[in-house]
Design a protein around this ligand. Sequence first.
Ligand SMILES: NC(=O)c1ccc[n+]([C@@H]2O[C@H](COP(=O)([O-])OP(=O)(O)OC[C@H]3O[C@@H](n4cnc5c(N)ncnc54)[C@H](OP(=O)(O)O)[C@@H]3O)[C@@H](O)[C@H]2O)c1
Length: 319
Amino acid sequence: METTRKPVVLVTGASSGIGLALIEILARKTDQYRVVATARHQSLEKIAAAGVTESDDFICRPLDVTSPEERQSLMREIEQRWEGVDILVNNAGISYRSVVEHLTEADERLQFDTNFFGPVHLIRLCLSGMRRKRAGRIINVSSVGGMMAMPTMGAYSASKFALEGISEALYYEMIPWNIKVTLIQPGFIRSNSFKNVYVSQAARDSVENSGTYANYYWHMGKFISRLMQRARATPDTIAAKIVNIMQHPRPPLRVPGSLDARFFTTMTRFIPRRFYHRILYRSLPGVKLWGTGRHDALEAASTLEEVIPANRKGPDTEA
Ligand SMILES: NC(=O)c1ccc[n+]([C@@H]2O[C@H](COP(=O)([O-])OP(=O)(O)OC[C@H]3O[C@@H](n4cnc5c(N)ncnc54)[C@H](OP(=O)(O)O)[C@@H]3O)[C@@H](O)[C@H]2O)c1
């Protein structure tokens, strides 16, 4: 990398949560970086509403990571304007809440297009430029869900496991080119993003009609939102870790993003799998009721919103 050229950072999903926190930090570091903050068309205004403004070294652009046209035209623009991307932060992501039986292929595609295929296509668009410079960084935002799976979150975990797998292969492939690949693995984060979950239609029907899996959604939904509200990690703390990775001379392949991520890394490494799965299953909230047909807690819920977000998001509801 030329010493006079400021590294160009591309951040996806910058309209809320971790992505927004990250560009807020980067907006104060334009003496060190040039920044391309991206969000879906309809969400760009959230960046402006947060008070983050454009300048010579900080631009905002529309990017739906699932759109090949938008990916390519943005990369062309960055190539012409600033000679390509030096640091790619694949942050944009969605999370489905659905048991496996309630997922459709369209749900699974949307989950993977956003969390896996989109980020991987973006990486490919950056690689030749990075190899030419023999320098670059790829930071993929994974999750504790990328090292362990939880009921009702199968599609999300599958997409993050896939992202972890391909990032690990890429890590080795890129060592000779001085391109550093890192996965940051946040655990639960204190933010409103649990309200952004996507829900399969069958999951919603099941909750509304006290179907077979209704108590799975009830217990897991309450459990996850409680853990997120009590979490010590915030989008700001994760964003600060991403900035550290950007500046680290030899960043590791995996960086736990929070204390619970550290705990689960240790647990999955040292506890024999058969015990680990048993312990985890027994610790699941309300698991004794699952499969019994009893929905006492669900019936006591004052609103459906307590169990599942009111605005169901899914492939049939996407703009
Ligand atoms: N929150 C957690 O507890 C947690 C834990 C572990 C890992 N993570 C990971 O951290 C990353 C950021 O999540 P967050 O917590 O900051 O959640 P968030 O507040 O819901 O932010 C997600 C971001 O991704 C964007 N996005 C969704 N689909 C997109 C698409 N097709 N193209 C471009 N952008 C898209 C959203 O944009 P819109 O505003 O347009 O929807 C939003 O800016 C995700 O990869 C997530 O899996 C989060």
